[in-house]
Design a protein around this ligand. Structure first.
Ligand SMILES: N[C@@H](CCC(=O)N[C@@H](CS)C(=O)NCC(=O)O)C(=O)O
Length: 212
């Protein structure tokens, strides 16, 4: 069985869990990273020397980098699901890369500041700068999704990472986060809603929760 190593309140882990759900793949998951640390999985750093999550163990085949894991799962087990043919595929790849290389940094700032940092310790200037950057970026996603049936699932290949990235904020229950990251919240398509157990409950993202 597939084994996914990584705490379930990491967006990069969620992305992989979500892909498994979409593909109907059974998996087991082990809490590693974040507040769980790596000590209780002493071999983890041998598998992934970056000390980052997630890592996939597919019967001894070890892979890290969440986007690559998603691609691997889709291309190995998807029978065409999540991996469109021809140019559509490359447009999907483009959005995945864009999320990692362009969107991730300002989104992480907003997420960490508004969701994981208590109000008194927040860096308002950093939040403002990130929100300003994001205000210029999220309209690209809006334009791409506008008029497309992404709620029926197509967003997962056409730009699933922005969708996943929106999930922690949508579910954060933090009005400020939602308001300030407005435009950063892409409504989660049905695939994400089907995995409530692997996503962190909306009321508290500050503490890791053991078990999936
Ligand atoms: N490019 C990597 C980034 C992985 C990453 O930075 N993961 C974060 C969680 S989202 C992490 O491992 N943080 C340290 C920790 O959880 O201990 C990927 O996409 O898998």
């Amino acid at each position: 069985m597939l084994k996914i190593l990584g705490r379930n309140n990491s967006i990069n882990v969620m992305k992989v869990l979500w892909a498994c759900e979409e593909l109907g793949l059974p998996f087991e998951r082990v809490d590693v990273g974040g507040a769980f640390g790596f000590k209780h999985e002493p071999d983890y750093l041998k598998l992934n020397p970056n000390g980052r999550v997630p890592t996939l163990d597919d019967n001894g085949f070890i892979l890290y980098e969440s986007n690559v894991i998603v691609r691997y799962l889709a291309s190995t087990y998807g029978n065409g699901k999540l991996l469109p043919r021809g140019r559509d595929r490359w447009v999907g790849e483009q959005w995945m890369e864009w999320q990692q290389t362009t969107l991730l940094a300002p989104m992480s700032t907003v997420f960490w500041q508004l969701v994981r940092t208590e109000p008194a310790k927040r860096d308002r200037a950093a939040i403002q700068a990130a929100v300003q950057t994001l205000a210029g970026l999220w309209p690209f996603v809006d334009a791409r999704l506008s008029g497309r049936p992404y709620r029926r699932g197509r967003v997962l290949h056409g730009g699933h990472s922005p969708g996943v990235h929106g999930v922690p904020l949508v579910r954060a229950g933090d009005r400020a986060a939602r308001a300030e990251a407005r435009g950063g919240v892409v409504e989660a398509p049905p695939g994400a809603r089907r995995v409530p157990k692997v996503l962190v409950p909306s009321d508290d993202l500050t503490r890791p929760r053991p078990g999936a």
